[in-house]
Design a binder for this molecule. Structure first.
Ligand code: GLA
Length: 367
């Protein structure tokens, strides 16, 4: 009897990257500022195999599928989510890794466009998947920067390093302090008796890329008006003195200066276990978004206003870029279940929209 033909098996590899929450430090990361965030227990997994025909193909049950030739790969206008993947591929190719093609599938439990950075999770997971597939490695900060470049060049969003850094460096049970100027990454223990509640407004972040980039430009205009390269070098006292600059630029600068200050204080408060004071900083951050940076929305404000009345909630704010997306509330763990119910029903009563409200745990990053 003839021996059964052996079909060569191409081994599948997989990589996971989590989403993130921004605890404080809103829009500071492209002004050489400070951020405090964490990786969360929701993310994206990419699993697949290599192919040799120069085609990248990917499938997602939520977003659809694409198959694109890698020869001279450019940003796509159809299937725009593919740009997060293809941007990473293009960056890895420029880093000298010869990628000859792959077929892969995305799965996960991270909602897109909610402010939890599914884009960074997709980029980091893609990068790790391809590095594994081609038996290569990159230092964690290089990996984060590669993902940022991919987003700039292929998705057209001039984001900072907050999202990929949290997704890569996250540590279970810890917040991550990140100084975007010195690139210091420090883990800060997060009290176990506190929980984080995410509430999605149910309104997608429309035109978010354009609004994000426009706000970013305003902050650079503010820096120029103040004679510095980055708002990191501006203090409240400087802003007091310089009341000659355009009011809108002054408001944008005040937000960033305030956020840097709040991150500094928050790290100390977390280390001292002062949860209520930490929550107050989150509230102040949201007020600053609402009034100074104007990146909140009616829906986010409503979620924040409802959450602040709920027993056990210590603080609440929008998380991420703003202009839609989600809020994050700091809650005493023992009162979390009731708070989730109250937030859900309070918002539904006022808007008729049932929001998605869930608890996230701080988790390990991808690296
Ligand atoms: C988005 C960007 C980040 C950061 C936040 C706002 O999540 O991707 O780089 O700027 O907005 O803090």
């Amino acid at each position: 009897m003839a021996a059964r033909e052996r079909v060569p098996r191409i081994p599948a590899v997989s990589a996971f990257a989590p989403g993130r929450v921004e605890l404080l430090g809103n829009h500071t990361d492209y002004q050489e500022g400070l951020v405090l965030g964490a990786a969360i227990d929701r993310g994206l997994t990419i699993r697949g195999t290599s192919r040799e025909d120069g085609v990248a193909s990917m499938r997602s049950s939520l977003m659809g599928e694409f198959a694109v030739s890698l020869a001279g790969v450019q940003p796509q206008t159809a299937n725009r989510w593919s740009n997060y993947v293809l941007g990473v591929v293009a960056e890895l190719i420029s880093a000298g890794i010869s990628i000859r093609g792959f077929s892969a599938e995305i799965s996960g439990n991270l909602p897109a466009r909610s402010g939890l950075s599914s884009s960074a999770a997709l980029e980091v997971a893609t990068a790790l998947f391809l590095l594994k597939l081609y038996h290569r490695e990159l230092p964690p900060m290089e990996l984060a920067k590669l993902c940022q470049r991919a987003e700039h060049r292929f998705a057209g969003v001039k984001s900072g390093l907050l999202d990929p850094v949290m997704s890569v460096f996250g540590r279970s049970g810890h917040a991550i302090f990140f100084d975007t100027r010195t690139e210091e990454v420090r883990i800060v223990p997060f009290p176990n008796d506190l929980s984080l509640i995410i509430a999605e407004s149910g309104i997608e972040r429309e035109l978010s890329d354009g609004k994000y980039n426009a706000r970013r430009e305003e902050t650079f205009a503010a820096a120029r008006a103040l004679g510095v390269n980055a708002l990191r070098d501006v203090s409240f006292a400087d802003l007091e003195r310089r009341n000659d600059i355009e009011p809108i630029l002054r408001r944008r600068a005040l937000h960033i200066v305030g956020e840097n200050e709040r991150v500094r204080r928050a790290v100390v408060l977390l280390e001292q276990g002062k949860a209520a004071e930490f929550g107050e900083l989150m509230n102040a951050s949201h007020e600053s978004s609402r009034k100074l940076f104007e990146n909140s929305t009616t829906a986010l404000d409503l979620l924040v206003d409802i959450a602040r009345e709920i027993p056990g909630v210590l603080g609440t704010r929008l998380t991420g870029a703003g202009f839609g997306g989600a809020t994050i509330s700091l809650c005493q763990r023992s009162r979390t279940d009731a708070a989730v119910q109250q937030l859900r029903s309070g918002y539904e009563k006022q808007t008729g929209i049932a929001p998605s409200v869930f608890v996230c745990e701080i988790a390990d990053g991808a690296a």
